[in-house]
Ligand binder design. Structure first.
Ligand code: PSU
Ligand code: MN
Length: 309
């Protein structure tokens, strides 16, 4: 064992040519997670979405960097072949902070969650990351202690995460409380309300609201003066045309959580299981919504990243 050395750590990163070129030419780069591909959506729509989201970022003049763990390395920017393999693969490890070193040490094939993607993005020098919804405090956490490592990561790692709010299967008021305790600014985009992933409304006010990528860029530049101030969470509501209203989602969410409880689903399996159950209960509609919101977040993230270059 030796003390941490950033140059050793950086040797673990393998960048795609597209990402390396972007850094060399000062083009904006947006990080993307891979757990959404392996555990968040079924094949083949996971692959279509992964490609579509990358195209959305390119169409805004930025470069996508999808992050995954392969052969003991942190890959930042995947080839189309890599995306295809990841989307079809079964038994890919879902890697959050607690799993990252294990996957790297054993050479396991790993998909990164919001937490692990933030770690990798920061190491690679990427400031902005787009996802669907972050993990948070689960309903019943007072019994299970199930609180996503995404929240702790937002507290410590200086990356701007663009999401559609915390997934509505979570306890949103508790999630907001923890984010506040940990010093994470939560900013809704273009609305005063905290969006709730599939729905534009949560019934909760977001702590802050901003209306343009330029305003968000200015906030991030201010934040960068405080090296130890961790991440920023941007909550971007799903486009109206694809939303599933809050009142309708509530029934599906309760049924899916009940099902997870009676099946004894625990730990890191909870989120993928509940997402899958909601997909079945909505006859696939939740997936269309999920895809629309990720694409919407990717476009906003690209515009924010462009403000920083
Ligand atoms: N958002 C989605 N689909 C997902 C996830 C987020 O639209 O599959 C993943 C992210 O990788 C997030 C993880 O970090 O779920 C949270 O898992 P947990 O609650 O176990 O921390
Ligand atoms: Mn959990």
């Amino acid at each position: 064992m030796h003390s941490p050395d950033k140059t050793e750590l950086k040797k673990l990163i393998v960048q795609s040519d597209e990402v390396s070129d972007a850094f060399a030419s000062g083009k904006p780069v947006v990080a993307l997670e891979s757990t959404i591909i392996t555990h968040g959506m079924p094949f083949p729509r996971n692959l279509e979405t992964a490609r579509q989201v990358e195209a959305d970022i390119r169409s805004e003049g930025a470069v996508p960097a999808t992050i995954a763990l392969m052969d003991g390395k942190i890959h930042v920017g995947l080839s189309d072949e890599d995306l295809d393999r990841l989307a079809r693969a079964e038994n890919v490890m879902k890697c959050s902070r607690a799993d990252l070193t294990f996957a790297l040490a054993t050479g396991a094939y790993g998909a990164t969650t919001v937490a692990a993607t933030m770690m990798a993005a920061h190491l690679a020098g990427i400031d902005v990351f787009a996802t669907g919804g972050i993990g948070g405090v689960h309903k019943g956490a007072e019994e299970t202690f199930d609180v996503s490592a995404d929240l702790e990561e937002l507290a410590r790692t200086p990356v701007c995460v663009v999401c559609a709010g915390a997934k509505a299967l979570l306890d949103l008021p508790k999630t907001l409380e923890v984010l506040e305790t940990k010093g994470v600014p939560v900013i809704s985009f273009g609305t005063s309300e905290l969006p709730a992933f599939w729905s534009r409304e949560s019934g909760l006010d977001a702590p802050y609201s901003l209306n343009t990528p330029a305003e968000i860029g200015a906030l991030l530049k201010m934040r960068a003066n405080f090296a130890d101030h961790g991440g920023v969470l941007i909550a971007n509501p799903v486009p109206e045309a694809q939303e599933i209203p809050r009142a309708e989602m509530a029934g599906y969410i309760d049924a899916a959580i009940d099902k997870a409880g009676s099946e004894g689903i625990r730990g890191k399996d909870v989120t993928p299981y509940v997402l899958g159950a909601i997909l079945d209960l909505t006859d696939g509609r939740s997936l269309d919504t999920n895809i629309a919101l990720v694409r919407n977040n990717a476009r906003l993230a690209a515009r924010i990243a462009s403000e920083l270059t």
